[in-house]
Design a protein around this ligand. Structure first.
Ligand code: MLT
Length: 352
């Protein structure tokens, strides 16, 4: 985590392509949850609620808000949910969408620079969703596109939506998570979320924690000494963050239990990294949430997981009423409709 609220809000900083949303998302990139205030998050939720109303109406199933608009979702890392739900969301808004997976068929294979590839994609789309293995890859793309636009070579400035950048952030996931929490509790203030897993490298955790704290929630982070909450995030979350190694106590305190898989694709292969991987594997084995373990949680609490899951969320919990992970996945469509619409300057709520 190298991003911070200070980087984003400091006007003298060159990273102006990461400006605060401040009530107006039109034309802006969505790269980090640090760009959003609590009010901004509520604005996305309001639009997602309107999108859901339309999707549930069998006579509509979508809305023609963005005819002739084009989305490209460029996924440079594997994805089952995020890329596909972005394209579905765009099509439900009446636009067209293309999912590009991996870079094998792009001109990078012919030696094109990444910056040039991003500028090329920007000439073909009205909005870009980008996933990269590198931290801040979408921010790099936004900068490359802004530089190309300064030369007057683009029709318009194409907003970049971060669909997961390495070990850094996953803001669209976090907004869908917040929508899921809102649908259950109707508000956020005073709720406690227990977040379990590799706190250092799991991007969904980072964005979730930033969003939850902006909305007045408290976080209990269950940590392994091998993968601690990054120091910059600890500083940003301040008193809203409690760090613990006691999963069971933290589950009993939770209104929301937020799990994630071991992101072991980022593990290095030197001897220190191998030791860390072993420690993490042991920790994940001790954190398995199964039917018996979930019983200690409040009957009013909920369990979220951005998926894909491995052993950390045992299938014996699947029919427990606290499980909201499938609903969470479904909520990503209206939320991503809300994100696309807002960043293209449209309102779904106004078309109700
Ligand atoms: C992602 O961040 O790509 C997924 O949504 C979560 C994961 O990779 O485990």
């Amino acid at each position: 985590m190298t991003l911070s609220a200070e980087i984003i809000t400091n006007p003298s900083n060159r990273l102006t392509y990461m400006e605060p949303i401040k009530g107006d998302a039109h034309g802006k990139n969505l790269l980090s949850m640090y760009q959003l205030s609590d009010k901004d998050i509520y604005d996305y939720i309001k639009e997602a609620k309107a999108a859901e109303t339309i999707l549930r109406d069998p006579s509509r199933r979508g809305v023609t808000l963005l005819p002739h608009y084009v989305l490209k979702a460029v996924m440079r890392q594997p994805s089952t949910r995020t890329g596909g739900s972005m394209t579905t969301a765009m099509e439900k808004l009446g636009g067209s969408a293309q999912l590009i997976s991996g870079m094998g068929s792009s001109s990078e294979a012919k030696g094109e620079s990444l910056a040039d590839s991003w500028a090329a994609f920007a000439t073909q789309a009205d909005i870009l969703g980008i996933r990269t293995a590198e931290d801040e890859g979408p921010a790099f793309a936004a900068q490359a596109i802004a530089t190309a636009a300064e030369r007057g070579s683009l029709l318009n400035l194409v907003p970049v939506i971060n669909l997961g950048d390495g070990r850094n952030e996953h803001p669209t996931q976090a907004l869908g998570d917040m929508f899921t929490i809102y649908k259950k509790f109707g508000s956020f203030e005073g709720l406690t979320a227990t977040v379990v897993g590799d706190q250092e490298r799991y991007r969904a955790h980072h964005s979730f924690m930033i969003g939850a704290v902006a909305l007045g929630m408290s976080i209990r982070a269950v940590e392994s000494p091998a993968a601690l909450v990054p120091p910059a995030l600890v500083e940003q979350l301040g008193d809203s963050l409690t760090r613990t190694d006691d999963l069971d106590e933290a589950m009993r305190a939770a209104d929301v239990l937020y799990l994630g898989r071991n992101p072991d694709e980022y593990a290095g292969d030197d001897s220190q990294e191998k030791l860390r991987s072993k420690q993490l594997a042991r920790d994940y084995a001790s954190w398995i949430v199964d039917y018996d373990r979930i019983q200690q949680m409040s009957p009013d609490s909920i369990v979220l997981h951005p998926r894909p899951r491995r052993d950390e969320l045992h299938p014996s919990v699947d029919t427990d009423p606290r499980m909201k992970d499938v609903e969470q996945m479904a909520n990503m469509i209206p939320m991503r409709m809300a994100i696309i619409a807002r960043h293209l300057g449209k309102s779904i709520a106004k078309s109700l």
